[in-house]
Design a protein around this ligand. Structure first.
Ligand code: PEP
Ligand code: MG
Length: 327
């Protein structure tokens, strides 16, 4: 199988019914970037900028941030890179960032990601300038993590735009375009998508956090890891609803949680209408192999039937369906 998957890595992820999907990779360190080209991916769908902060003993300075972003963009060539702004705080604490809050009871739901960035504007301004300068002459794709209400997206975007103007006034070279998107990983955001979508250039569904919040089940606790399934009808219906809405609004939508890197889960997602996945580089071969053998149109009809009247074991049902059709 392994050699077979490796051979598939450079093939286009096109389904049996002729749909060209996008398979991108998740990255976070300079070393990951080689994987984009090696793995035959369509770009980096999620660049986790916090990794540089987590592996550093001191706050990374602006020039160090900018250098990393420049290297990533250079290595990716014509392929797009989506930079996610810092997702630190909570359980991804960094010792050099002093926090006034005492220890949090629920760090995953705490003062983290965009919540922290909007409170610590200085931090985000530095990152914004580093990203804008690194993308001079190119397109910059910026994505904000843990957005729970549209105003948070607006504030973050306004902060970036202000930095763009600041740099422009000082005659710095700018990106020819800045595209703004956000993560959907807080369930509340799904209820207010109609308000948010007109402001977005793209959306990315973070199924790691989304499922932990949807099921009220800590993603880091192995004791509850098998208490729920990514293929449960609740999750699949939830994602289908989001994807229907973003598709109708014409907002490109990616799944960037680990779920998308598992063949049966990825197959189910495509059956819900998902057209873009951002996955761990090691999974590109197996996911492309699945896509190239899949009749997505046929699966779509079946998914709607299964979700209307869920079978007792959705995973087994999907596995059987795939096996019968040699997916
Ligand atoms: C997610 O939550 O699904 C996600 C992609 O972000 P992270 O795993 O970095 O929280
Ligand atoms: Mg997340």
């Amino acid at each position: 199988k392994r050699a077979e998957f490796e051979a598939q890595r450079d093939a286009a992820p096109e389904t049996q019914c002729g749909k060209r999907l996008k398979v991108m990779v998740n990255a976070g360190l300079r070393e990951d970037v080689a994987a984009v080209n090696l793995a035959g991916a369509d770009g980096i769908g999620l660049f986790r900028t916090e990794f540089q902060f987590l592996v550093s003993a001191t706050l990374p300075r602006r020039d160090a941030q900018q250098k990393l972003y420049t290297d990533v963009l250079d290595a990716s060539g014509d392929k797009p890179v989506i930079f996610r702004t810092l997702d630190i705080g909570g359980d991804k604490a960094v010792p050099y960032l002093r926090t006034e809050t005492s220890k949090e009871e629920n760090p995953a739901m705490g003062w983290r990601a965009l919540r922290l960035s909007l409170d610590r504007e200085g931090l985000m301004k530095v990152q914004a300038r580093a990203l804008i300068e690194a993308a001079a002459g190119k397109t910059l794709n910026v994505m904000f993590p843990m957005v729970s209400e549209p105003w948070e997206f607006d504030e973050a975007r306004a902060l970036f735009e202000a930095q763009r103007v600041w740099l422009e006034d000082r005659h710095h070279m700018l990106p020819h375009d800045i595209r703004y998107g956000c993560m959907l990983e807080v369930p509340a955001l799904a209820e207010i998508l109609d308000q948010l979508l007109p402001r977005l250039d793209f959306l990315s569904i973070g199924t790691n956090d989304l499922t932990q919040f949807l099921f009220a089940a800590d993603r880091a606790d192995p004791r509850i890891a098998d208490r729920y399934d990514w293929l449960s009808p609740a999750i699949l219906r939830f994602i289908r609803r989001i994807v229907r809405e973003t598709t109708a609004a014409g907002v490109p939508t990616t799944i960037c949680g680990e779920m998308g890197g598992r063949p049966i889960e990825a197959m189910a997602l495509i059956g819900l209408g998902v057209e873009q996945l951002s996955i761990t580089p090691a999974a590109v071969g197996s996911i492309k192999a699945m896509i190239r053998s899949l009749d997505a149109e046929q699966l779509r009809g079946r998914m709607d039937e299964w979700l209307a009247e869920p079978p007792p074991d959705m995973r087994q049902t999907l596995l059987d369906w795939a096996e019968q059709r040699s997916v």
